[in-house]
Each structure stands twice: as C-alpha cells, then as structure tokens.
Design a protein around this ligand. Structure first.
Ligand SMILES: [Zn+2]
Length: 394
C-alpha cells in the first residue's frame, strides 16, 4: 500500500543515507533521484517497486495507492499505464476506475469489508476551477451509499492526507502539497456523513508518525485518521525522519483496527555498523496506555497532550513523530508554539478551525501561564499569538 510515494518521496538525500544505499543499490539509487526523474524513469521506478512487492508478498493481497510523485497525467503519463502495471493485484472493476481517475475500491464480500483507495493528488494539483476532479467525489458518494446499504465496513486509504502538516511551526504556512481548501472541507464533510461505516483512514506523504481526529457537527469525535511514517528518510526545514514501516492489527470479523506495531530503522546506527537492522519501535496501545483504538480514545489522548502537567504523553508522541530521528525527536526542542501546532493539526483538519484552534489555545495557555505567575512563558506565548495573527492569510 502506498508503496509508490513512500519510496519516491525523498527530495533531499541526507548524508546518512549514502551508506545504506550501498546495501541495496537498485532501490535506493532510484528513489534518490526523485527531483530530476524523467517520466520514463518514474515508470521504471514504479515497475521495480511493483515487482519487489509482488515477489515479497506473493501470497498476500497488495492494495497500491497512487503517490504524489508516481506517474500520472499531470506528469505526462496515463493512469492506464499504471493500471497495467498493477493488473495482477486488482480485479477488473477496480482497474476500470483506476484507469479513469487513479482511484478504485475493492470488497471482500464474505467479511463485508471494503477498501476505498483515493487519488488525493486530484485535490492538490487541479487549478481549483473543477468541483469534482476526475469524478472522484461522485464516485465516492455512490460507493459509500452502497456500502451503507450493504452494511459494510470501510477503510479509506490515500497518499496525501487532508488537513495541515503538524510540523509547520506555530503559524499556518501553506504546506507544499495539501488539499485545496474547498476539497479539504469536502473531505471532512464526507467522513462526517459516513462515519458510521468508515472504520479507519490511512494516509502517508508527510513522512511523520501522527494522527488526526474528525469531529461531528456536535463536536463529538467520529473518526480517526492515521498518518504512518515513510520507508524513505527525508530531511526538510520542518523536520527529519528515520525510515519506518507499520503493521496494523485488526479484527477480521468486524474490521475494527485493534492496534498497530511500528517498526523503524535507526539510520545513525545503520551507518555506523554498515548494516540495516529493523527494530520494533512501539506498540500503539501500550505506548500510550490506550484501552482501544477509537476516535474518542485518540481525541482524549490529544487533549492530554496539552493539559497534562509536564506533558509526558506529548513527549512520547514527539519522540516517535520523527520515528526517533535524533535531530527532531527531543521534546525539549518543541516549544509551546510547536506543541500547539501539533495539537491543533491533530484535532482540527479543517483549515479555518486550525487557525481558530491556534488562537484560542494560545490564549488559554496564556491565561494558565498568568495564573501560575509564569511570567517568561506568558511573554513568550503572547509573542507567539502575535506572530500567529500577523501571519494568518487574509
Ligand atoms: Zn508524497
């Protein structure tokens, strides 16, 4: 799943990657050239990855999702070319919609489980004039109506997630690849409307380890969205990450996600030892002490990030947000503004609500700081609030 962009997302190769490249030159040479890849090269990379996954998981289902650097019409290729590559994984009806718009659905009839694989590139790349690029909204509505009628449970899978990059510090800097605002709103509305059948949303793209909560009109948490870290390392001004891979555990009868195990590759250690050793990083429920994996539980976890004395749970979250990459995982490096940015990104997928959250929570923090006579912190937070207001887009 999501293989295309997880491998191809590296825009800057960090020095630590050079030694691991020697271990498996075919894969790493391909992904390190993302910025200058020709269209033929992109297709060649995707074919290599498809072959690798096909051979590795020869007896399992693989559900691929189009990443933002994978071949697509905006880059001069057709979806049909990619569909031909993935023909051995997907049934004919899935390949039909994929060839048209880069999206598909797959149902496991006996268990009434359905996967809906979205092409979220459509909500980033279009010029904004179209209301339903690729006809994906209409198709999604039809699929979800039918699923509800058939009493199915649905997983939504995509590459670029809705909402804001949580690593944008304090103020809203337009992320380079995120939904246009009207499509972001539409996505939230769709999840609210069908939250009774959507049991999980799975995304990538940001390379970080984080999650989102979607709330209903009445403010109650109705759905969660996990953003898993990438297999490829990445370093940008907003942070770096170690490679990670995630194994979800779910109830095969109800389709409910029960837990996940996160694995990671410590690049520093791999470079020192000239050997890649994948290790278990953490287990979701035991790491945070969660009784289950529901929107309510995850919402409560996010609230405790900002209300707990000393913020020990936020420190835990922050360590794994970068997959323990040393330069980005020390909680001491995440100040109050940074903490709020994470909290508001997690709990407010809608852009307007994200701004309001930053402002409201900054005020609340200021009030708390004043009541505890924390003068230096108060001054700092007021400065953060002023910066947030000044940088807010009009
Ligand atoms: Zn991406």
């Amino acid at each position: 799943m999501d293989a295309g962009c997880r491998f191809s997302d590296v825009s800057r190769r960090d020095s630590s990657e050079k030694s691991t490249r020697r271990q498996s030159p075919a894969v790493h040479d391909s992904i390190s050239l993302s910025a200058s890849r020709s269209t033929d090269h992109r297709m060649w990379v995707l074919k290599n990855l498809t072959d690798l996954l096909h051979h590795t998981f020869s007896s399992q289902f693989v559900f691929p999702v189009l990443g933002h650097e994978d071949p697509n019409p905006g880059l001069g290729q057709t979806y049909k070319e990619v569909a031909d590559l993935w023909g051995h994984w997907l049934p004919t009806e899935s390949l039909d919609t994929f060839s048209k718009g880069g999206y598909y659905t797959f149902e496991q009839k006996a268990k009434k489980l359905r996967i809906v694989a979205l092409n979220t590139n459509l909500y980033v790349e279009t010029d904004g004039k179209e209301d339903d690029p690729g006809g994906q909204w209409e198709w999604l509505r039809t699929v979800l109506d039918k699923s509800r009628k058939n009493k199915e449970t649905v997983y939504i899978v995509g590459h670029i997630p809705p909402g804001v990059d949580e690593r944008q510090s304090g103020v809203f800097l337009a992320p380079q690849a995120s939904f246009q605002e009207k499509f972001n709103k539409k996505y939230v509305q769709m999840v609210r409307k069908y939250s009774d059948i959507i049991v999980g949303q799975f995304f990538g793209h940001l390379h970080s380890d984080t999650f989102r909560i979607i709330y209903g009109e009445n403010g109650a948490p109705v759905s969660w969205l996990f953003i898993a870290p990438a297999l490829s390392p990445r370093r940008t001004p907003s942070g770096a990450n170690n490679p990670g891979i995630r194994l979800y555990k779910f109830d095969t009868i109800s389709g409910q996600v029960l837990d996940y195990e996160q694995f990671y590759l410590n690049l520093v250690s791999a470079n020192q030892r000239h050997q890649a050793e994948w290790l278990a990083e953490y287990n979701l429920t035991s790491y945070y002490g969660l009784p289950d994996v529901t929107a309510a539980t995850l919402s409560d976890l996010a609230e405790r990030f900002i209300t707990q004395e000393g913020a020990p749970l936020f420190a835990r979250y922050y360590r794994v947000n970068s997959v323990r990459q040393p330069s980005s995982s020390d909680p001491a490096g995440c100040d109050a503004s940074c903490t709020l940015s994470h909290y508001c990104a997690i709990t407010r997928v809608d852009y307007t609500e994200f701004h309001s959250c930053l402002e409201a929570e900054t005020s609340a923090f200021s009030a708390r700081a004043a009541s505890t006579a924390a003068a230096p912190a108060l001054l700092w937070l007021l400065l953060a609030a002023a910066a947030a207001a000044a940088c807010r887009p009009s």
